[in-house]
Design a binder for this molecule. Sequence first.
Ligand SMILES: *Cc1c(COP(=O)(O)O)cnc(C)c1O
Length: 478
Amino acid sequence: MPRNAESTAFRSALEVIRGVEPRVADAIGAELADQRESLKLIASENYASPATLLAMGNWFSDKYAEGTIGRRFYAGCQNVDTVEALAAEHARELFGATHAYVQPHSGIDANLVAFWAILADRVEAPALKRAQARHVNDLTEADWFALRRELGDQRMLGMSLDAGGHLTHGFRPNISGKMFDQRSYGTDPATGLVDYDKVAETAREFRPLVLVAGYSAYPRKVNFRIMREIADSVGATFMVDMAHFAGLVAGRVFTGDFDPVPHAHIVTTTTHKSLRGPRGGLVLCGPELADQVDRGCPMVLGGPLPHVMAAKAVALAEARQPDFADYARQVVDNAQALAEGLLRRGARLVTGGTDNHLVLIDVTGYGLTGRQAEQALLDSGIVTNRNAVPQDPNGAWYTSGIRIGTPALTTRGLGTAEMDTTAELIHTVLSQTSAGVGPDGTTSKAKYVLDPALADKVSRQASELLTGFPLYPDVELG
Ligand SMILES: *Cc1c(COP(=O)(O)O)cnc(C)c1O
């Protein structure tokens, strides 16, 4: 019977849950077992610390705290104030920002808060001002229509989806695509890199209200100083969504021109990706936008999640420790080792490599679609996700890319030698997989052929690779 505090805490929690609905306790246990066994290369995932996880499971979940510190719509928020203030303070100190708003429930929510703050700051919109003066439930139908009319033709310039941009940067499947008239900038077809002259040219033509930088699938650094100059040249507000690479900013891998905080008017992020915190988001900004940002709840957010803010405070405190900088450097070293290992074996990579935490393999080099490659790797115990590549010939559903990232495996302690083995496993699977034939006799974009014996062999090799790097080594559920 393990006696350490972490094992005791999680075992006791599961015992209590099992007393009410055993299937939930079983699913939680099974999730840990699955995460321990899989070679997790999903670039947006990580493993939060036991302290971060435990900070979420408590009575803070029972508290309503609409509004923010000093302006609550509910009484009795003194302890919520304590954790919200702590999380904000850690965020400000960690990122060198003057203001931090730590309530967003996710990255999408953080972006919505930022968009509304920018609109309120920049647009002469009486209906918006009326909306902000009141509780969202008190708005009439006419208010909403007036708001839609006023905001209808504001412009946003962001990175295109196939170059690695995010849906929330003005694309149709997301509400931002309805809030803004959007145009995007891509990457140079020859190098795969952001072409700043082209961004400047598009900005001059399009005159956006908001210029957005940030990505989910671009394997390189972005020069935020240049992007800010472009924004200034057309009078745009410059926003950076660092959801994917916040951990590299926190760990001081991205500094100077590559640190978004000193250059952007407003920065948003998730807290659960490379930053390694709980599932959530936050917004950083200067004093000009702070008041509007603080109106995030109830303007666009439901009641804050105080238990998650408590976990954010814990995770941000962890990220301020010196060993988090070592972690962030190792994340990039590992991504580069993985890229080199793949290139050496003949893989084709978008931009030819990486200088952040992710690598984008162009699997058309293996004669596959992203969907086929993703499934074949999954059969072989390697968890990745398919992703479009620039000018993707297979579209956004099948795609031609596999996105892999190192934040999670680096948290487990894997290093550059293990990344080379990982590259070997990935290359083996992809080079041994072939496209299947569809019902009409043509090459399928979804079906694939992979010898199950090979998939099993690679799965075993993947779990062997992980045996030296236990996940949550101090947690034994028994
Ligand atoms: C992941 C991501 C988001 C969305 O985060 P959620 O927490 O899933 O809402 C937003 N922007 C970018 C750039 C991201 O990578």
